[in-house]
Design a protein around this ligand. Structure first.
Ligand SMILES: Cc1cc2nc3c(=O)[nH]c(=O)nc-3n(C[C@H](O)[C@H](O)[C@H](O)COP(=O)(O)OP(=O)(O)OC[C@H]3O[C@@H](n4cnc5c(N)ncnc54)[C@H](O)[C@@H]3O)c2cc1C
Length: 378
């Protein structure tokens, strides 16, 4: 048995589902292939204003705003304990004319919310099965049936089958780090402030959720991550509270926790004949500065634009032109910042600490960096 669509998307994570809803709401016939795509590991995503604008275009913005917490202030604290340390830097969204930099929402909740919208969207067919193979722009499902499409979008994450089948080469690397993720309830208000402690093992970040709740992303050595994951809930919460210098008062685990080994993937191209890649199928890097899904949603925006008049060679060329620089710039910037923290080498410490000090004191530089962080200056 075989079904034909104009567009077929492999992967029902946030990127695949958002692209599916976007194309279907623009009147296109689209299939999204994949089982439940939510990662239930305590991970949250901070979606910046530019991503919210992408979601607004496909009528998903209100959904995110109603289920997340606004990030009004971003604070960076140099907690490297090294000789050259910068004073804390706080960015206020009002400085660049915004009421908030973005919204932080539980990753699994976001996928569930978009999936529920997808189920209500005419023109979008959900095929709740995984792709077993890809053969010449044809998706082979586990039961042996096929899905054919003029445009096949690989939104199937870091180990993308679509990418491999299309023969798109990658560069892959690892960091000596694991991201420990969890959600906490706490006694004190987070005051709408995301706080990033820069430690010598990587950033330790607490990001606001609705009420007196926050999410944790703690990039640390794999051995420390293993020790943290082995603790019971009470000792784990205490370790996090200590690392946060009790900034939020007493902390209690309030959801699942997870540990993600850190690495990066960059692709040599985002297109191949009949194929386009989006989200983590096209770029993976550590969660520093909340860039990953924000970049993935810019992939979605560019896909919708490039193929707005149908599937054509011009559309593929346009998508490639829009994506390659943006992806390379974000991947390199996150990599450089992460390595500068890990280096422990005096000249690099000096550059990092001077950079943070300058950010704290020079208004135009602060505003430039804030806009870059939002992904708006491309
Ligand atoms: C600790 C941590 C914190 C993060 N915080 C932020 C943040 O604050 N802000 C931000 O913007 N980003 C953040 N990110 C990045 C963000 O989580 C990712 O960019 C995003 O989840 C990627 O979504 P995706 O849909 O591309 O991929 P995925 O979420 O990996 O989805 C891919 C889907 O494809 C499915 N799939 C795989 N193979 C097949 C197949 N053969 N057939 C069908 N389906 C298949 C998978 O099951 C999965 O459901 C963070 C990442 C980490 C690790």
């Amino acid at each position: 048995m075989s079904d034909r669509y104009e567009i077929a998307i492999v992967g029902a994570g946030a990127v695949g589902l958002a692209a599916g809803v976007g194309f279907a709401r623009a009147g296109r016939r689209v299939a999204v292939v994949g089982t439940d795509g939510a990662r239930r590991d305590g991970r949250t995503v901070a979606l910046m204003e530019t991503s919210l604008q992408v979601l607004e275009r496909i009528d998903l913005r209100v959904l995110v705003e109603d289920n997340g917490a606004p990030l009004i202030y971003l604070r960076i604290i140099d907690d490297t304990g090294r000789l050259l340390r910068a004073p804390p830097v706080t960015f206020d969204s009002a400085e660049i004319g915004l009421s908030a930099f973005g919204i932080n929402v539980e990753s699994a909740a976001l996928v569930d919310l978009i999936a529920a919208e997808a189920a209500k969207t005419a023109g979008l067919v959900r095929i709740c099965d995984n792709a077993a193979a890809i053969e010449q722009s044809r998706i082979v499902l586990a039961d042996g049936s096929f899905v054919k499409a003029d445009l096949l979008i690989g939104a199937d994450g870091r180990n993308s089958l679509v990418r491999k089948a299309a023969g798109i080469d990658t560069k892959e690397w690892t960091y000596d780090q694991t991201a420990v993720t969890a959600i906490f309830a706490h006694d004190r208000s987070h005051r709408d402030t995301s706080t990033e402690f820069h430690t010598s093992e990587g950033p330790f970040t607490l990001v606001p959720l609705p009420g007196k709740r926050s999410s944790l992303v703690w990039l640390c050595k794999p051995a420390r991550a293993a020790r943290l994951m082995a603790l019971d809930d009470i000792d784990f919460a205490r370790a996090v509270e200590d690392q946060a210098q009790s900034m939020l008062g007493a902390m209690r685990l309030d959801g699942p926790r997870g540990a993600v080994p850190m690495g990066g993937i960059s692709v040599h191209d985002v297109i191949a004949p009949g194929v386009a890649l989006a989200g983590e199928a096209a770029h993976v890097f550590p969660p520093i500065g909340a860039q990953g899904l924000n970049l993935g949603l810019r992939d979605v925006a560019d896909l919708l634009e490039a193929f707005s008049n149908g599937v054509s060679e011009t559309g593929f060329a346009r998508y490639r032109k829009g994506r390659l620089n943006d992806i390379a710039f974000r991947t390199n910037a996150v990599d450089a910042l992460n390595r500068s923290l890990l280096a422990g080498f005096l000249p690099i410490d000096a550059a990092r600490s001077m950079g943070l000090t300058l950010l704290g004191s020079i208004g135009p530089l602060r505003r430039f960096v804030m806009r870059q962080g939002l992904g708006s200056s491309r």
